[in-house]
Design a binder for this molecule. Structure first.
Ligand SMILES: Nc1ncnc2c1ncn2[C@@H]1O[C@H](COP(=O)(O)OP(=O)(O)OP(=O)(O)O)[C@@H](O)[C@H]1O
Length: 586
């Protein structure tokens, strides 16, 4: 058992996440960069040493040959140093890429899981946050942190020149370190707050502009602008306070550096007058003591990036811990479409009140079930549970006898068709949307479109199946979107197809196409669940389930349920428009 595994088993210890694994994957490259930094810092002594030799040896001896040799030597050492710096940069870039490669799919999946729990544009921030952490690998902040452990080399060398220089180097490092610490204490929380407020303002803007047409039509722009300006202003205020405090500390750091530089020269002059050091040593020492505080100053200069990286890391970690990945599932035999729901109790994610209470029904493969009921009865909630989008609180939902939780979502997804009430299409071509952005199988795409009665409509578009439909299918009409979403649900003839009000935006031809599609699915042995307010669709159903306030108020063969329904009216007036099946009219 590794130390990391052992640590995780200790009480109170936090679970290792994909982020920890990604950082671990980048660690070997970081370790090598640290070793490179050691040599870079040792080579950093060559400049001061050269000056020392020129002042103390060449000038006094007037020896040109020594000057030439020293100059050639330093050129070589500088070239080696430049080579090492370039290699270090490459290593850090690779470390960043390795980190990204390890984390990106986990971060994407975590955003998806979080969005299922609570729809919010702010979850996507996790993807930007992983970019922030990755970018830190290639920024000046990490280079300064790599140089920091090697500061003692300069302190040691300064001490060798004179113990007074050593002392001065230690004092200047302590002052710079204290200023860096004070900077962190003074600004970290403020910068965190600023970032949080910024994320909230951006997320608000994103969701606001999604409804740009409503904003424009009803003159809501000024009101929503005011709301955004207030959240944006909050972020600006936090930033301003952090910058005020950080600016004061930066000024103190600059004062420390300038004063120390003068102090080093003054000390050098004093030591040289007392003949304790040579003028060459004086020049070399002033550079070396300056180099001691350089990484600390660089770290302070990059403090915002360091703080941003740390908060971004914290946010990604929090998200990954809040929505841990599901356990690996066994691959089960492909489903036939037999659905069993037993004593189902379910909540909308993050809510207290159950939307479904004690739902029971069984639907044999190859049958069509119609789900009816008044608004807010829980029909769409049941649809989400049947396709595994919402979790089950108690009871079970089984497909071919296996609990939905036991199915691998990717395997299951290929055998499920789902048309949600709010049709959601993605930016891309019609073909991409129908084949679910998977491997493009033209024959299956056309077959699904034909089945959804949308093939001719697509052919009439200028680029046919290659028409780019824009964000959420913005360039299509409501009916076109619904038909393409229906084709996507039918793609690959899944075993179970759940259609939530599939005819909400359809014209008579669309309704006819839908009826033909459901009949064809049934003939092919597919199971169809049809949620509808229009009872004329019930003619297609073998079974009907009547939901009201989250409970089943009737389930059985279509004609029986409808006959019962026409006794006490449980559905809202208007929920049973003309066109109900014969049994309903009887
Ligand atoms: N994402 C959600 N978060 C919280 N509550 C929700 C969510 N979605 C639905 N609900 C609640 O669940 C209940 C059932 O809603 P649902 O959408 O399932 O009804 P429905 O029968 O499909 O209604 P309609 O016919 O109007 O579409 C409602 O009270 C609704 O407020």
């Amino acid at each position: 058992m590794s130390f990391a595994q052992l640590r995780q088993r200790l009480p109170g210890s936090k679970v290792d996440t994909a982020l920890d694994a990604a950082v671990r994957a980048a660690r070997p490259a970081l370790g090598t960069a640290l070793v490179f930094s050691l040599f870079i810092n040792i080579l950093g002594l060559t400049g001061p040493l050269y000056m020392m030799q020129v002042y103390d040896r060449v000038l006094s001896s007037r020896n040109i040959a020594t000057l030439v040799v020293l100059t050639v030597l330093i050129a070589i050492l500088y070239a080696v140093c430049a080579g090492l710096e370039s290699l270090r940069t490459r290593l850090l870039v690779r470390a960043g890429l390795k980190f990204d490669e390890e984390i990106n799919d986990h971060a994407f999946d975590a955003v998806q899981r979080a969005s299922l729990r609570k729809a919010s544009a702010s979850h996507v921030q996790a993807l930007r946050d992983t970019d922030t952490v990755r970018d830190f690998f290639t920024g000046g902040g990490l280079v300064s942190l790599c140089d920091l452990p090697w500061v003692p080399i300069y302190i040691l060398f300064a001490t060798l020149l004179s113990p007074w220089y050593g002392l001065l180097a230690v004092i200047s490092c302590l002052i710079s370190g204290a200023l860096a610490y004070a900077n962190d204490r003074a600004t970290r929380k403020l910068l965190d707050q600023a970032t949080k407020a910024n994320i909230a303002a951006n997320s608000q803007a994103t969701t606001t502009f999604r409804n740009a047409e409503v904003l424009q039509a009803m003159g809501m722009v000024p009101n929503l602008r005011k709301r955004w300006i207030s959240s944006h202003g909050e972020a600006l205020n936090w930033h301003a306070v952090a910058s005020d405090r950080g600016g004061t500390l930066m000024a103190a750091t600059r004062f420390n550096r300038m004063f120390m530089q003068s102090l080093i020269l003054g000390l050098g002059a004093y030591l040289a007058i007392n003949r304790e050091i040579t003028p060459g040593m004086m020049i070399a020492a002033s550079i070396i003591v300056g180099r001691c505080i350089q990484p600390i100053e660089m770290a302070i200069g990059n403090w915002k990036a360091i703080v941003n990286m740390r908060s971004a890391h914290g946010r990604v970690q929090e998200l990954l811990r809040a929505v841990p990945p599901p356990a690996a599932r066994m691959r089960l035999p492909d489903p036939q479409g037999h659905v069993q729901v037993e004593n189902l109790i379910a909540h909308a994610p993050g809510t207290e009140f159950p939307v479904l209470r004690g739902v029971n029904f069984a639907l044999p493969a190859g049958h069509v079930l119609g789900i009816i009921g008044p608004s807010a009865a829980g029909k769409s909630s049941l649809a989400r549970i049947l396709v595994g989008v919402w979790p089950v609180t108690a009871g079970s939902v089984r497909l071919d006898g296996s609990d939905l939780r036991h199915w691998d979502p990717e395997q299951l997804g290929a055998h499920l068709g789902y048309l949600p009430q709010d049709v959601e299409l993605f930016a891309g071509t019609i073909a991409d949307n129908i084949c679910r952005f998977g491997v493009r199988d033209d024959a299956q795409i056309v077959a699904a479109a034909q089945m959804a009665g949308t093939h001719e409509m697509i052919q009439r578009l200028p680029a046919g199946y290659n028409t780019d439909i824009g964000e959420n299918g913005a360039s299509l009409s409501g009916g076109q979107r619904q038909r393409i979403a229906l084709a996507r649900a039918l793609y690959g003839m899944p075993a179970l197809i759940v259609l939530d009000e599939p005819n909400a935006s359809l014209d008579a031809a669309g309704e006819q196409a839908l009826n033909v599609a459901v009949q064809a699915l049934k003939k092919a042995g597919r199971t169809v669940i049809l949620i509808t307010h229009k009872t004329n669709n019930l003619g297609l159903c073998d079974l009907v389930l009547l939901l009201n306030e989250g409970s089943v108020h009737g389930f059985g063969p279509r004609d029986e349920v409808i006959a019962k329904l026409l006794g006490p009216r449980l559905v809202q007036p208007g929920a049973m428009p003309p066109g109900a099946p014969a049994a309903a009219k009887a």
